[in-house]
Design a binder for this molecule. Structure first.
Ligand code: G3P
Ligand code: CA
Length: 225
């Protein structure tokens, strides 16, 4: 049962910061999940929302700022917004990285960065899984490089997610955990996919989902798993 730290260990540190990813490593998470957008000058920026309004002392859409401008804003008065490259450097093959594409325009840049790391010593495709609710973005990833593992995100339709996962030879389905029961998990696994539900935080829910025999759990509290 893989422990995947949602937005870093979001339960303990400001989400999607290097501090949160370090916390996930300290808690011995098997994987970290994070969200990405593109800056105006094409850098891959790690943040959940499309704007910096909620997390930083600034205001505006990520794609209207250059990386240098984004670096001038602070999260919780302390942390700079990380780039995906900075997270890969920090993780340094210690766990796998689930990159969630929040926009279709990120596919190409994320694939290129992963390919750059695959060529480095000790990195391999198992260190990555790209997920998205935007299935066209996933199709583009598959077309660009079919070796990159893909997780199909869904919050409503498991059967549609399964059919799509088959069409792009995905590795996993990432469902809202509330869609699942034991039989559904078994059905997904019988079709050859791993099941990584999100975002499972309470002890009761973690217990319930573990009982379904999923392959991994995405949680703000990876240590509770
Ligand atoms: O990847 C699973 C989960 O993170 C999807 O929802 O809103 O937390 O990005 P959200
Ligand atoms: Ca996410």
């Amino acid at each position: 049962m893989l422990k995947i730290a949602h937005r870093g260990a979001k339960g303990y540190e400001s989400e999607n910061t290097l501090k949160a990813f370090q916390k996930a490593l300290d808690l011995k998470a098997d994987g970290i999940e994070l969200d990405v957008h593109l800056s105006a000058d094409g850098h891959i920026i790690v943040m959940h929302d499309e704007t910096i309004d909620k997390m930083t002392n600034g205001k505006g859409a990520i794609n209207t700022f250059t990386l240098a401008e984004l670096k001038s804003f602070l999260i919780a008065n302390t942390h700079q917004i990380p780039t995906l490259n900075e997270v890969f450097e920090l993780v340094d093959t210690k766990c796998f990285i689930n990159v969630e594409l929040k926009n279709a325009d990120t596919s190409k840049n994320v694939v290129s960065l992963i390919e750059e790391y695959i060529n480095k010593k000790d990195w391999n495709y198992d260190h990555f899984i790209i997920s998205s609710f935007d299935w066209n973005a996933l199709k583009e990833v598959h077309n660009l490089n079919p070796n990159i593992p893909i997780g199909v995100l869904t919050e409503e339709d498991l059967d549609a997610a399964l059919a799509f996962a088959e069409s792009i030879k995905a590795k996993a389905i990432h469902p809202d955990f509330q869609l699942l029961d034991k039989e559904k998990v078994q059905k997904i696994q019988e079709r050859g996919f791993l099941v990584f539900p999100w975002t499972v935080n309470s002890e009761d829910d973690i217990k319930k989902v573990k009982n379904y025999k999923v392959d991994g759990i995405i949680s703000d509290f990876p240590d509770k798993i």
